[in-house]
Design a protein around this ligand. Structure first.
Ligand SMILES: *Cc1c(COP(=O)(O)O)cnc(C)c1O
Length: 743
């Protein structure tokens, strides 16, 4: 796996597909096709300097390179400054790809005494990936987490391959009409304009695999999106070899039709294993993320049985090197199919697996007694792996209690499911100005120091004025972004020129600004803070200590209650007294997410405890110096130290939902009035809020390293991947099989 570019076709450096490049800057081709640029500001600004208007519109280097005029290249290759920056970026990229600065993985494996040359490969499966907004194959937290996981796996040098689906129409793009109703748009993405290349086989041809369904086979094309050193294999059914009725299988992420969803998940799991095999890769560990991908174990069972094992032996073999992560306790995230539908699709597997359909349904039963049960993919994932975790310490306990009846062999007092807390890819989410402070104070190698929390003590040495100025610059950038989006939204809603001009006065960088952006699932309670509208409006419109609130988020197309929350908040944003103080930004994506977490003062999170498995947006905010004001759910109880932000409510839950909502909102109002607002507006002679800045430093220093995806991926490696790889090696040398949770 050291040759990260193993899939790039051998090409004529001057004319590749739709891209024509002068030889002097031929390195831009590989750079555009490696999403490494997305977390490397120097690479981003290099592309921006080639064509700033294309960059402003698309932020997509492939799209940009396709459209550059030859005359523009003539100017650029003569421009010494440009060429110097080009050389610097390309050599940084080469150093990164060639592990020139060493990597955590190799050092750790050497320290573990794993013999040099031992081949290892960790295969990661997920239904969605959020790597950059231009590759719109994600819906929310799971996707962004998967993207961040790949980026850190790349940074730490893990031998890693990721597998997902390539959605022709992505998730949906959101618009909100003038009545506040969510509109769903499904643009068709042109894969030639995205950082995607067809996977190439050893002989150079395109790679296709076949996924058997009940009465036919679906042909699947494999694409590669390169994330630093990590290839992300993306499966696509939209090819002419398939019947027109089968081509849309990979059209839409989280499609609502149950049968179509099941077929998608068959393609992901079964097609994913076949894709890996077709490329000649040999994973030593398989990491299942959520149940969506659990059918990969069917194909692995089939392979093992074909090699002569019985069904039960095969099950032991497959479990041994497989690990499972459950990302939510909410039922909607724990995929189920009714027994009749599932049986129809499982029937063809029974013969090659040497078992009955009932045996397979039993593997995917969420109950102790499997008779007549639905097929639950979380249960299937848990029963076919040897180790499982939830995504924060609190969530680990919750899901352990939810699922431990599936593990009768695990003694009381031992955990069936542990917790590995989520983290974020810091370089992706930190804003330019705060990033410069990291470079100056933690060091130019700050990205490599995320595994060393002590290095982050340096944050406390930043002069107050310097941190405040950096924060205010990011906040001003958010203001410009908000005004741009508001202007186009209001123009679309029919606002008159004078109203559009007035947009220029919206957003004041001197006003305390709260942000809330995430999927509008009802358990996240986006409208909680509006319960006592009079009281809240009074706080917001205070003459000398006012507030601004920015909201963004999509509700699933089938989630009517979630869409009603959007409508309610949109209405509040259009009506006095909150008009001009509350904003709803349409079409939440990674770009809006970045702008918000980088620019707001306070990050708000109000889930119904304990349903927020981890939450990661608050980690992004804290890394930028925004202070979390959050229910003690998910990751926050681990991070909250009474200085680095605020809690809403207590660290326990009431039995009654209504009473819980009431208690939480009361806690929110009173802490907002008594702590958050006064501390923000308490200014020193110099105009900066000294006490507030001390809290910002504490937030950055405590959260950035501990809740980075580097720390998360290291934990997965140490607690899940390495033990599974050891079991895999030992099995190869015939050691006894070890099953059950090894922690
Ligand atoms: C980080 C992120 C999320 C996750 O936010 P939570 O607060 O964990 O729900 C969802 N969507 C996008 C676009 C993100 O960037």
């Amino acid at each position: 796996m050291k040759d990260s570019n193993m899939h790039s076709p051998k090409i004529d450096a001057l004319h590749i597909g739709d891209i024509e490049l002068p030889r002097e800057v031929a390195g831009l081709y590989d750079l555009a096709y490696n999403l490494w640029w997305s977390w490397t500001p120097r690479a981003r600004s290099l592309f921006a300097s080639i064509d700033s208007s294309s960059w402003a519109l698309y932020r997509n280097p492939v799209q940009l390179l396709i459209n550059v005029e030859p005359e523009r290249w003539e100017t650029l290759v003569e421009d010494e400054q440009f060429m110097d920056r080009y050389e610097a970026v390309i050599s940084g990229f080469e150093r990164y790809r060639s592990y020139a600065e060493g990597c955590w993985f190799e050092e750790q494996r050497a320290a573990d005494g794993v013999p040099e040359g031992t081949s290892e490969l960790f295969a990661y499966f997920s239904m969605e990936y959020g790597v950059h907004q231009s590759l719109a194959i994600y819906s929310g937290g799971l996707g962004v987490l998967s993207g961040d996981h790949c980026k850190s796996a790349s940074d730490l040098g893990l031998p890693f391959v990721a597998v997902g689906l390539l959605y022709r129409r992505g998730y949906f793009r959101q618009a909100v009409d003038s009545d506040g109703l969510q509109q769903h748009n499904y643009p068709e993405y042109d894969f030639r304009r995205l950082p995607l290349r067809p996977a190439a086989s050893a002989t150079g041809g395109e790679v296709r695999v076949k996924v058997p369904l009940v009465d036919r086979e679906i042909e699947v094309k494999i694409w590669v999106a390169q994330i630093g050193r990590v290839p992300l294999l993306l499966l696509d059914t939209d090819i002419h070899q398939n019947d027109p009725a089968d081509r849309p299988i990979t059209d839409v992420l989280y499609t609502r039709g149950r049968e179509m969803r099941l077929i998608q998940e068959m393609v992901l799991g079964v097609g994913g294993v076949k894709a890996i095999r077709a490329l000649g890769l040999e994973p030593t560990v398989w990491h299942l993320n959520e149940g969506h991908c659990a059918f990969l174990q069917l194909e692995r069972l089939r392979e093992t049985v074909a090699e002569g094992a019985s069904f039960h032996q095969a099950l032991e073999v497959v479990r041994r090197d497989s690990v499972f992560t459950t990302h939510t306790p909410v039922p909607a995230g724990n995929e189920q199919f009714d027994a009749a539908l599932a049986s129809r699709y499982l029937t063809p597997w029974s013969e090659p697996l040497g078992c009955s359909v009932g045996d397979l349904l039993a593997l995917g039963s969420a109950a102790v007694d499997p008779a007549g049960q639905n097929l639950n993919l979380t249960a299937l994932g848990l029963r076919t792996t040897s180790r499982a975790n939830g995504v924060s310490q609190l969530n680990g306990k919750i899901v352990d209690a939810m699922w431990r009846h599936l593990f009768p062999q695990i003694p009381q007092g031992h955990r069936a499911i542990t917790g590995i807390t989520n983290g974020i890819h810091s370089a992706t989410w930190v804003g330019m100005d705060i990033r410069r402070l990291f470079e100056r104070h933690v060091g130019p190698d700050w990205q490599r120091r995320l595994l060393d929390p002590a290095a982050w003590e340096a944050i406390y040495q930043i002069p107050d004025e310097e941190l405040w100025a950096a924060h205010q610059r990011q906040k001003a950038r958010l203001g410009r972004f908000l005004r741009g989006r508001m202007r186009s939204q209001r123009a679309r809603h029919g606002a008159a020129p004078d109203e559009l001009r007035a947009v220029g006065n919206l957003f004041d960088t001197e006003v305390l600004t709260l942000g809330f952006a995430r999927r509008f699932a009802t358990y996240k309670r986006a409208n909680l803070i509006f319960r006592d509208l009079d009281r809240f409006s009074r706080i917001v419109s205070s003459a000398d200590r006012p507030l601004q609130l920015l909201f963004a988020g999509k509700a699933h197309p089938a989630d009517r209650p979630g869409q009603e929350l959007i409508q309610q908040i949109f209405h509040l944003s259009q009506t006095d007294p909150l008009r001009g103080r509350v904003f709803f930004l349409e079409d939440y994506d990674m770009r809006i997410g970045s702008m918000l977490v980088q620019g707001v003062d306070v990050w708000l999170n109000t889930p119904r405890r304990p349903l927020e498995a981890s939450g990661t947006s608050g980690q992004k905010a804290a890394t930028n110096g925004a202070l979390n004001f959050s229910i003690l759910d998910g990751w926050w109880p681990e991070a909250f130290d009474r200085v680095n932000g605020w809690a809403i409510g207590e660290d326990q839950s009431l039995a009654q939902e209504a009473a819980q909502d009431e208690a939480d909102v009361e806690s929110f109002y009173s802490r907002l009035e008594q702590e958050v607002v006064p501390q923000y507006y308490d200014r020193a002679e110099t105009g900066v809020p000294t006490g507030w800045i001390a809290k910002m430093k504490r937030a950055i220093a405590t959260v950035t390293p501990e809740f980075s995806s580097d720390r998360m991926v290291r934990d997965y490696a140490l607690e899940a991947y390495f033990p599974a790889a050891r079991r895999h090696r030992e099995a190869a040398s015939n050691a006894p099989v070890e099953v059950g949770n090894i922690s």
